[in-house]
Design a protein. Structure first.
Length: 157
């Protein structure tokens, strides 16, 4: 049986993204991602962050406070934590777009790291869904639900 988790990062999301959260999902809010949890009417099981993007919330939820100076983003830390705890299906919301391109790039790299470690990963926002196709991965699409744009790995000469 799959162990599902949702990581909520800091890029503001609309309530339409509730469709990606299923009952029983383990929810991790990263730093200002706890605001997205409130917007989606979710109670995080874990809050992770250095709280440089938002004040640390006063909460009963388990909170891991990270140092401000570190090698990983708060979202990367949450992804490592979930992988170490056996989660094999992870959805990242609030991880695409936003004011800081380097965070989007880091989130894309985090998704790839998870996929290379056998996790079924989805990054989604209001306009896009991104999945990683690594070795032995399959992609199934329902007819009439949109378009698919696969990019293959390209190697120079």
């Amino acid at each position: 049986m799959s162990r599902r988790a949702v990581i909520l990062s800091a890029v503001p999301v609309s309530t339409a993204l509730c469709r990606y959260v299923q009952p029983g999902d383990f929810v991790v809010a990263c730093d200002a991602g706890y605001r997205n949890a409130e917007r989606l009417d979710l109670r995080p099981d874990l809050i992770v962050g250095d709280f440089d993007s938002a004040p640390q919330p006063k909460t009963e939820h388990e909170t891991i406070v990270l140092p401000h100076v570190k090698d990983d983003t708060d979202t990367q830390y949450a992804a490592h934590w979930l992988l170490e705890h056996g989660y094999d299906e992870i959805t990242l919301l609030g991880a695409l777009g936003g004011a800081r391109l380097e965070h989007t790039l880091a989130n894309l790299a985090t998704g790839l790291y998870l996929a290379k470690n056998g996790v079924n990963v989805l990054l989604a926002n209001e306009r896009s869904e991104l999945r990683y196709l690594c070795r032995a991965a399959s992609l199934f699409c329902s007819a009439g639900t949109g378009s698919i744009s696969p990019f293959s790995r390209w190697r120079a000469g």
